[in-house]
Design a protein around this ligand. Structure first.
Ligand code: NAD
Length: 351
């Protein structure tokens, strides 16, 4: 997997699919509701392809196709590394999610399309879609996860994701410091939204010294009030002395500008695609002696939550299954060290 945005090779879909090793790309069009959706099934070797539906106002169709191909391939790796009997898939709906007020007709129509795939693709929430939308899809198909808890779904996966990130951080500490204890460690959590706030709770419970930063003052004051943690301005994140950096907001925060400033020896967070350039910045972290816990492994709790929902949801089982992340992270650190490759490359190899 690479962080560089893939392009349609020679502008051709089949050539690109062959290169990226996709099985199937499905275009769904509905005149009545205006639905324009694309489902990408990357690989079903381990099981049905599971991945969320992203509702996004793409500039053009090529951008949507590239995104769905890239995201679905990422899901194959994520499911494989988490030991789940799932393949990789993803879907995009082209349009402005916020502008869609009457959501039921479009999501029910979309649910019918997903149902037509006969179980080869299972959808879930992603950017621009919600548990409510999954409820509409669920009226038309069984191939959906991420439904509200009152409907037997797993509800918001963020607490499970945060637990996995916490375990991945502990594994990184074990590898870097010889002990997985985070007690007394200065941890900076960037982004205290759904996942970040739950991560803060685990860290505080363990006796870490937590600092938080978020562009939303509402979020920082709420989390600071609840957990009594220190707030750092977003502008001074990389000038702050810390042992562990936990990016839980957006991707590409580990880049040419930030790496030289980092004082931590561990990076472990929930954000996707944290390394701006996977190989280059992964190598730069090795040179600085910083252990990087691969993002798509340690944030896999959300996917594990969906998987458990398909079996009949049980939060305890979801948390228990998420514990695989600790051991898997240790394995990856060992593979990276013995082959002199980055932890991200080691994760790809293990997956
Ligand atoms: P969220 O939108 O609830 O929270 C993100 C937080 O980051 C918000 O509070 C936002 O104000 C803040 N933020 C945005 N830009 C920022 C910046 N430049 N600096 C500091 N703070 C900033 O999202 P979430 O569900 O908590 O997810 C966090 C990250 O983890 C995302 O990258 C997401 O893709 C990834 N992720 C989430 C899950 C999940 O289960 N929710 C699973 C896997 C991966």
């Amino acid at each position: 997997m690479s962080n560089n945005t893939p392009q349609l090779t020679n502008g051709e879909i089949f050539t690109t699919m062959r290169e990226m090793e996709h099985e199937q790309l499905v275009f769904c069009n509905d005149k009545e509701t205006g639905l324009k959706a694309i489902v990408a099934i990357h690989n079903t070797t381990l099981g049905p392809a599971l991945g969320g539906t992203r509702f996004w106002n793409y500039q053009n169709e090529d951008e949507a196709i590239i995104d769905v191909l890239r995201l679905s391939r990422g899901m194959t790796y994520k499911a494989a590394i988490s030991g789940l009997n799932l393949g990789g898939g993803k879907a995009v709906i082209i349009g402005d999610s916020k502008a869609l007020t009457n959501r039921e007709p479009l999501f029910r129509r979309y649910g019918k399309f997903v149902n037509g795939l006969g179980g080869r693709y299972i959808t879930a929430e992603d950017v621009g879609t919600s548990t409510g939308d999954m409820e509409y899809i669920g009226m038309e198909t069984e191939s959906v996860a991420g439904k509200p808890e009152q409907l037997g779904g797993g509800g918001d996966p963020s607490p499970v994701t945060a637990y996995g990130v916490y375990l991945g951080m502990r594994a990184a500490a074990k590898y870097a410091n010889g002990t997985d204890s985070l007690s007394g460690k200065r941890v900076l959590v960037q982004g205290v939204g759904h996942v970040g706030q739950h991560l803060v709770k685990h860290l505080v419970q363990e006796g870490a010294t937590v600092m938080i930063a978020d562009i939303s003052e509402e979020r920082t004051s709420a989390v600071a009030k609840e957990f009594g943690v220190e707030v750092v301005s977003t502008a001074s994140i990389f000038d702050t002395q810390m042992d562990i950096y936990a990016p839980c907001a957006l991707g590409a925060t580990i880049n040419d500008e930030t790496i030289g400033k980092l004082t931590c020896n561990i990076i472990a967070g929930a954000a996707n695609n944290q390394l701006k350039e996977e190989e280059k910045h992964g190598r730069a972290l090795i040179e600085r002696g910083i252990v990087y816990a691969p993002d798509y492994l340690i944030n896999a709790g959300g996917l594990i939550n969906c998987y458990v929902e398909l079996e009949g949801y049980n939060r305890e089982r979801a948390l228990q299954k998420t514990e695989i992340i600790y051991q898997r992270a240790l394995e990856i650190f060992a593979v990276a060290a013995s082959n002199n490759i980055t932890t991200q490359a080691a994760a790809n190899r293990v997956a």
